[in-house]
Ligand binder design. Sequence first.
Ligand SMILES: [Mg+2]
Length: 192
Amino acid sequence: MALLTPDRYFSRITAIDIEADLLGHGYRAVLLDIDNTIRARDTHQVPRDVGLWLGRARTAGVDFCLVSNNWHSDVYQFAGELELPIVAKAMKPVPASFMVALRKLKAPRSEAVVVGDQLATDVLGAHLAGLPAYMLQPLVEQDLPHTLLLRNAERVILGDRKPEPAVHMRQAGDELAASCAPAAAGSPSSSE
Ligand SMILES: [Mg+2]
């Protein structure tokens, strides 16, 4: 795998289909970034849809361990509120923190995937650890100054790769394409 190429690229964590994109691949352990992945950098809140998605995934049998470079003490409180294990001060892309997270979840590497919003930390770190990486668009534009600089490099590396939208949006797109197909083939109504 190319070190800086995300295995999948999604618009938001809720665009990850829990059955098809996680459990269907045998991923029952998710090593999860915090800032701008599940918690907005500006408001420090977990958006409602993201919280609901996390709940659905856990009910479906997916285990999560937070893996964050954040060194503030509030991330431990955050993890406590979500009732999730955490590896903080992770120094991603150093892969050691992902190994610690796997041990916390008692999960083999083959059953784990990293989910995060940054190429230089989450994606690179996952691949250095031999793990697949699902990259997300950041929840909000606001970020730390050095992260904003890295975003420019991310744009160059990602090129014109577009993030995958939520499943219902994908299905709507498929249905739209299907409904347009007969018209394009010359149905009677297409010329009216
Ligand atoms: Mg992040």
